[in-house]
Design a protein around this ligand. Structure first.
Ligand code: ADP
Length: 176
């Protein structure tokens, strides 16, 4: 599913965030120590290799809502933007902290003049954020940011499961 708003495309696709060859940057649903782990962080660190882990480690720790950027090493991208999402029920206010992840990632992408970026559904795995609520936060932030984007033309949301893809499709239709 693809929607175009003021010259910026928001695309939803099912897939693996570590295998998005058509994007300049991919976003990692990181942990505070910027180390490998389960889910997205495990997939990204494994595919990128140990040099990513060592560059990222030098920037740790980060706080919920923050984002940092590294090279992408063996991934088919140029950059990885590492975002620490809130742990649901623990890091509050969750919606504000999750929105900060998206706005900080977009800000870093613009600074590097990146034209395409792929996001996973930050915080919706191990961190327990309800998928539908998280999708509302993400898409609201994208739409709010679109008028300030100069370089970014393609924002891709990569969902691991068909179920999550369908939830995101529904939420995007509702918000637009
Ligand atoms: P968090 O700790 O921020 O919750 P997770 O990595 O546990 O991050 O999960 C975030 C979301 O990404 C979940 O919806 C999960 O199903 C999904 N996910 C897990 N692995 C991948 C992957 N390789 N590519 C894309 N999405 C993934």
């Amino acid at each position: 599913m693809k929607k175009s708003i003021s010259g910026v495309t928001i695309e939803l696709r099912q897939g693996d965030i570590a295998n998005q060859g058509d994007c300049e940057a991919v976003v990692n649903a990181a942990n505070a120590q910027l180390e490998t782990g389960g889910g997205v962080a495990g997939a990204i660190h494994t595919a990128a290799g140990p040099e990513l882990t060592s560059e990222a480690r030098s920037m740790a720790p980060i706080k919920p809502g923050e984002a940092v950027i590294t090279k992408a090493y063996n991934l088919p991208n140029q950059y990885v933007i590492h975002c620490l999402g809130p742990v649901y029920g623990q890091d509050k206010p969750e919606d504000r902290l999750l929105a900060n992840c998206y706005s900080n990632a977009l800000k870093l992408a613009e600074e590097k003049q990146i034209s395409s970026i792929a996001f996973p559904a930050i915080s919706t795995g191990i961190f327990g954020y309800p998928v539908e609520d998280a999708a509302k936060v993400a898409f609201t932030k994208f739409i709010e940011s679109i008028s300030s984007l100069k370089h970014l033309k393609n924002i891709i949301f990569v969902l691991y499961s068909e179920k999550d893809l369908n939830i995101h499709k529904r939420v995007l239709e509702q918000i637009l």
